[in-house]
Design a protein around this ligand. Structure first.
Ligand code: PLP
Length: 451
């Protein structure tokens, strides 16, 4: 039990944590992190950990980048806040919008700023609905999303999220969401089905769904280029081009949720580039500011935005936005982050360190607990099993093998996240090969200790 009045005891007393078993938290309390340095964080007792998930897949620059801190301080002193409602603007927001349009992997037209991935996804839903009404197609409101998708946890974004843990207990009411199968070849392919055949089957499933529902009722398909929170699901060969061809055939918008993938995570600047996706809309956050301050963005192409602009003229307003949409200080943090990513070659570093990480994880494929190793760029997942043939773990224990290995990893000085029985790796983009080796050594040890 924590000492009375310790930070742990006060955390238990006063803090309701997100995405946490709050009842169990009363028993075990928090791990309190005090400071960061490079890819490492330190707890209150001075213990050092490799942050193998960059926090929540977000601190691309690691935990001690003072150039962002300096840029933020300068902006705070110049203009600490201004809004962007009703024709107001300022330099940082304009510079950032222009920068994002110039970086986009396909022609994009405009940027709408928000403050979290979830707000960006909610904004997508509202913009797409507004556009449908503007085009005289009020019936075009349904979204298609995948099983095990993660798109955030505000009410509307939660509806798109396809993880049961985020639906249980809430009786969510929101946009109508149609589900298709996650592109998880290890779990969802038929016996002896090749990656290509699996991708073809999923595209056929999508087309059948669209025809059953009526193409004219469907607004958009949303997908993460690599599914993150659902367990690092890397799509099979040919998946995205085949899905995209079906969406184009029925004139359905494609939304790439790049909240995790954006800014180097998959070894190129965007997941859309890595997988040949040509989205109409993109959501960006996390590594956009290395999560030093909360900011997110929605990029829309001309086809999406033109009817919205016209409609706002007719209605007198595009009645959506937030107090902190395009906040000058968060915009300054993002501009500096993007400058560092470019100047320090961090996308290239992510590709190099990621290849090393994956080679090291694949070398563990024969370990008795390793069922599947998957990854691209600097994001990877290792799915743990007890029985490799049956692909089963420890069903009687919530969290099962994933929780056991994750807990052991923490004891060995590596922080990451178990998504069911999949251990996720998404370290800061700055990670060196030697730090990857340290991470791999701890993981191999944790597997041996749990086996
Ligand atoms: N979209 C994706 C792909 C995400 O991974 C996340 C968060 O992990 C979100 C949206 C939601 O972002 P936030 O937690 O900032 O609301």
């Amino acid at each position: 039990m924590p000492l009375p009045n310790s930070i742990e005891a006060r955390d238990i007393a006063f803090h309701l944590h997100p995405a946490t078993n709050a009842a169990r938290h009363r028993e075990i309390g928090p791990l309190v992190i005090e400071r960061g340095e490079g890819v490492h964080v330190f707890d209150a007792s001075g213990r050092k950990y490799i942050e193998a998930l960059a926090g929540l897949w977000c601190a691309g620059l690691g935990f001690s980048e003072t150039r962002v801190a300096d840029a933020v301080y300068q902006q705070m002193k110049t203009l600490p806040y201004y809004h962007t409602f009703a024709h107001r603007s300022h330099g940082p927001v304009v510079d950032l919008a222009e920068k994002l349009v110039s970086l986009a992997p396909v022609p994009m037209s405009k940027v709408f700023f928000t403050n979290s991935g979830s707000e960006a996804v909610d904004t997508v839903i509202k913009l797409v609905w507004y556009r449908a009404n503007a085009m005289g197609q009020p019936e075009r409101k349904k979204f298609i999303a995948r099983d095990r998708a993660f798109h955030g946890l505000t009410i509307a974004a939660s509806c798109l999220t396809g993880l049961p843990a985020n639906h249980r207990g809430f009786d969510l009411v929101g946009p109508e969401v149609l589900r298709v199968t996650a592109p998880d070849h290890y779990r969802n392919a038929l016996p002896a089905e090749s990656e290509e055949e699996f991708a073809t089957r999923l595209a056929a499933e999508l087309e059948a769904l669209i025809l059953r529902e009526g193409p004219e009722t469907i607004a958009a398909f949303i997908g993460e280029p690599v599914m993150g929170g659902g367990g690092v699901i890397v799509p099979p060969e040919g998946y995205w081009p085949k899905m995209q061809a079906v969406l184009r055939k029925y004139d359905i918008l494609l939304v790439a949720d790049e909240v995790i993938c954006g800014f180097g995570r998959t070894g190129t600047l965007f997941g859309s580039t890595t997988f040949g996706i040509e989205p109409d809309i993109m959501t960006l956050s996390k590594q956009l500011s290395s999560a030093y301050l909360p900011i997110s963005a929605v990029l829309v192409n001309e086809k999406v935005v033109e009817p919205i602009i016209e409609e706002s003229g007719r209605l007198g307003i595009l009645g959506h936005g937030f107090t902190a949409s395009g906040h000058p200080v968060t915009a300054a943090a993002a501009l500096e982050t993007l400058r560092i990513i470019e100047e320090d070659g961090l996308v290239e570093n992510a590709a190099r360190s990621g290849a090393h990480l994956r080679a090291g994880l694949e070398a563990l494929a024969d370990h008795p607990l390793v069922g599947n190793v998957r990854g691209v760029g600097l994001v990877a997942g290792v799915e743990l099993v007890l029985d490799k043939q049956a692909k089963t773990g420890l069903p009687e224990q919530p969290g099962g093998l994933g929780l056991l290995v994750n807990t052991r990893l923490q004891e060995l000085g590596v922080l990451t996240r178990a998504m069911g029985d999949t251990i996720g790796f998404s370290p800061p983009l700055i990670i060196s090969l030697a730090e990857v080796d340290a991470l791999l050594a701890a993981f191999a040890q944790a597997l041996d200790d749990v086996a």
